[in-house]
Ligand binder design. Structure first.
Ligand SMILES: [Zn+2]
Length: 165
């Protein structure tokens, strides 16, 4: 699959598509809670949301889609990158947990802000496969809706393989 630039998502104007997007998101009720994508997950642990553009299906990353939504549906500048301040790959809470900016902003200003707010709840980065396992555990934890304890356990690897083996 040839991927266009990951942030170069076309404008979002389709209300049905937007509502389909939110139907795959579980929102924590708290001010600082994550909004978690519970739809399809890619092998690298990030979500995958299918949209149709110019007659073709395209997979986009949900957190980037959320950033476009938060930007009134307009595409983000192509050289911008996105960053999860909360370190939850499936989180789509744009403009607070997921931010976009130039690479320089992201590596410095945003990182500092995240640290100040205590959001660098960092585990070792690990591989895409580790992230994918964690993401699947998180999605499972929220299968029946928001559950702060199950969510936290899934993030920290508790019961990562419940009764599967
Ligand atoms: Zn988050």
């Amino acid at each position: 699959m040839s991927a266009p630039h990951p942030l170069a998502i076309d404008p979002v104007r389709d209300a049905a598509e937007v509502s389909r997007f939110w139907s795959s998101v579980v929102r924590g009720p708290g001010e600082d809670d994550c909004w978690v994508w519970v739809g399809a997950i890619s092998d690298d642990g990030y979500g995958r949301f299918w949209v149709k553009r110019e007659g073709r299906q395209r997979a986009v990353r949900p957190h980037r889609y959320a950033l476009v939504l938060a930007n009134d549906g307009a595409p983000l500048p192509p050289d911008w990158v996105s960053l999860h301040l909360c370190d939850v790959a499936l989180c789509v809470r744009a403009n607070s947990h997921v931010v976009a900016g130039t690479p320089r902003e992201n590596s410095r200003d945003m990182a500092e802000k995240g640290r100040v707010r205590g959001r660098w709840n960092r585990w070792l980065p690990g591989t895409g496969r580790d992230r994918a396992e964690r993401s699947r555990a998180v999605r499972n934890a929220l299968r029946d809706g928001w559950d702060a304890h199950r969510f936290r356990d899934a993030l920290h690897g508790v019961n990562e393989h419940p009764t599967l083996f």
